[in-house]
Ligand binder design. Structure first.
Ligand code: ATP
Ligand code: MG
Length: 585
């Protein structure tokens, strides 16, 4: 089973760095990461009047994923640590992919993670007028020109990393002509794709991004905020640095792929001679057994491989939330992995570990049986019920106890009984005793089967009335303890079990067709599970530990007739095992 493959993360991160990471997170003293070091140095030098101002700049073209959560925790976390501010800015310069649905979901996700942008929610599209004026300024400085080459010609002229590019024949147009053409581009005089505004930098630069990159293109397309006001739209590289500057961002933190864009970021700000934020790059988060790009996640949604962006198997924040993840578990995960300058893949087991640690403290224990097998206690009086005490959370005494009802007919997990059991099978088997959690010792005396199929239909057991509460009356040992529910005091629930979405650690590494590696068994729906009656009034989002089965979260699909539980995770914690191994070294 893929789930068991916990050693796999050694493939991705060198052993020492894992060890170090665990030591670091366990020890009280936390050393600075490289971004914090840069910021502290700036504060010491009184750069930016000792202010720290960051931003989280999502493009509203999909739902946020756990990679974005890392960036959110980093940007808002730094602002918090240094008494600074963090803006939420929608980077909406690309009208064809953006939508209000995504804006709303992004706001919800950032808030849910526990961060607050105050009154600083902005859109790059708010700056379209300013951006246009800055473009005019570049033209006036002789640093930008209107180019009539087609897209194909532009790419031919660009050259290759080994071969310098060729200058466009339109490169030396006069400032007046460029101003006139650019204004007419805006006025809608030219067809889409027939002209672009380009920065005039260096066609032989070893950095391809500096070979006269595009600043504005013509695109007749409605924008989700500005409607049809514009038919020209600024390119990301231009819009981003200028937006950062307009908002007085001091540290513009982004992912590594923008490192090669940094000279261009600096060039625009230097030429315009406006406030100059510092761009700092860190490695994006990659997680094993999943994909982390909005475009690819969108494919899974649109082609119905999952039920939506918030499908509990998705690595989206909304998917993780529905699955049962807590904001604290995600924030702790982000802290633990820290920031790196080199790309790597983090084992998803570390994320899961973080949730288990949190829910172990928070989630009340209850008993549910996923695959029920009827058990009749022969020597228990007909019609009698009694109330037994069960502990709500052994990690938290303040959660107290609850009453559970015991009666003649109970249900146990089908897997917890074996007719032909090996010696080390410490659950129920013919002639042997097992402890029912919080109840009694029972011994199996008879097995009833369907005469046609041979399937076991019920078990007959006897109980030891002296073993109430599961305590041994005479010192005799009973190794196994199993969970149960009583027929009288349980009700039907639906349970959805999940496995990894992909069958390989890095679905993108294999070949182009990542969907080939989708796990066909990533969801299993069980309709006839039985839950103790204390769960009758639960609400969507509530989380529990089902004893011996894992952590579960009430799904939004629940209604009065049918309560649905998602299994967030089974109890087995492969990361904790690794941690223990490391501690012993
Ligand atoms: P995707 O490729 O998933 O669409 P993106 O980088 O295009 O991601 P944006 O909406 O542009 O998505 O990203 C908003 C912010 O989140 C950016 O600053 C980006 O660097 C950061 N970010 C995106 N993906 C990750 C990731 N996997 N790890 C860390 N930060 C990320
Ligand atoms: Mg993007």
């Amino acid at each position: 089973m893929i789930y068991e493959n916990f050693i796999s993360f050694f493939v991705f991160l060198p052993f020492n760095s894992i060890k170090q990471k665990i030591m670091d997170t366990k020890s009280e003293k936390t050393s600075l990461n490289f971004i914090q070091s840069i910021i502290e140095e700036d504060l010491r030098n009184n750069k930016n009047d000792s202010k720290v101002h960051t931003r989280f700049p999502p493009e509203p073209n999909g739902y946020l994923h756990i990679g974005h959560a890392k960036s959110i925790c980093l940007n808002f976390g730094i602002a918090k640590k240094y008494n600074g501010l963090c803006n939420l800015r929608f980077d909406d310069t690309n009208p064809n992919k953006e939508d209000v649905e995504y804006v709303d979901s992004i706001k919800e996700d950032v808030k849910w993670l526990g961060f607050d942008w105050g009154d600083r929610m902005y859109y790059a599209s708010d700056y379209f007028d300013k951006l246009y004026n800055y473009a005019i300024q570049l033209i006036k400085l002789g640093k930008a020109y209107v180019c009539d080459l087609s897209a194909e010609e532009i790419s031919q002229y660009r050259g290759t990393p080994q071969k310098p590019g060729k200058e466009s024949p339109y490169r030396n147009r006069s400032i007046e002509e460029n101003l006139d053409l650019f204004q007419r581009m805006r006025a809608g005089e030219f067809k889409d794709g027939t002209k672009i505004l380009r920065a005039k930098i260096d066609m032989s630069s070893p950095n391809m991004h500096m070979r006269d990159p595009a600043i504005y293109r013509i695109r007749r397309m409605s924008h989700h905020r500005t409607g049809d006001k514009w038919c020209i739209y600024p390119m990301y590289d231009f819009a981003h640095c200028v937006s950062d500057s307009i908002e007085n961002i001091t540290h513009s933190i982004c992912t590594l792929e923008f490192e090669v864009h940094r000279p261009l970021y600096d060039w625009f700000l230097n030429e315009l001679n406006i406030f100059h934020p510092q761009q700092i790059e860190f490695a994006r988060l990659n997680l094993s057994y999943t994909v982390m790009s909005k475009r690819k996640l969108m494919e899974l949604v649109e082609e119905n491989y999952v039920s939506g962006w918030d499908d509990p198997r998705m690595p989206t924040i909304s998917g993780l939330r529905r699955r049962g993840y807590t904001p604290e578990s995600i924030r702790n995960f982000a802290d633990t992995i820290g920031v790196a300058k080199r790309d790597g893949i983090i084992d998803v087991a570390l994320l899961e570990h973080s949730l288990r640690e949190d829910l172990n403290k928070k989630a009340n224990r209850v008993m549910c049986v996923l695959n029920p097998l009827k058990v009749i206690i022969d020597n228990y009086p007909e019609g009698q019920t009694e109330e037994l005490d069960a502990v709500n959370n052994p990690e938290d005494a303040s959660k107290g106890t609850r009453k559970i009802k015991f009666s003649k007919v109970i249900y146990i997990e089908r897997d917890d009984f074996r007719e032909e059991a090996p010696r080390k099978f410490f659950r129920l088997k013919p002639g042997k005793e097992v402890r029912l959690r919080y109840a009694y010792f029972i011994k199996c005396v008879d097995v009833v089967k369907d005469p046609n199929t041979g399937e076991i239909t019920e078990l007959h057991c006897t109980y030891d009335p002296e073993s109430k509460g599961g305590k041994s009356p005479d010192g005799r040992k009973v190794k196994g303890t199993i969970h149960w529910v009583s027929a009288e005091d349980s009700f039907n629930i639906e349970v959805r079990l999940y496995d990894r979405l992909f069958t390989v650690e890095n679905p993108l590494a294999q070949d182009k067709d990542f969907k080939k590696y989708l796990n066909k068994d990533s969801i299993k729906i069980l309709k006839n599970c039985l839950a103790e009656s204390s769960l009758k009034d639960v609400k969507a989002g509530e989380k529990f530990q089902f004893e011996r089965l894992g952590y579960f979260c009430v799904d939004k699909d629940s209604d009065n007739e049918n309560i649905v539980f998602n299994r967030a995770l089974p109890l087995r914690d492969s990361w904790a095992k690794i941690e223990n191994k490391i501690k012993k070294l």
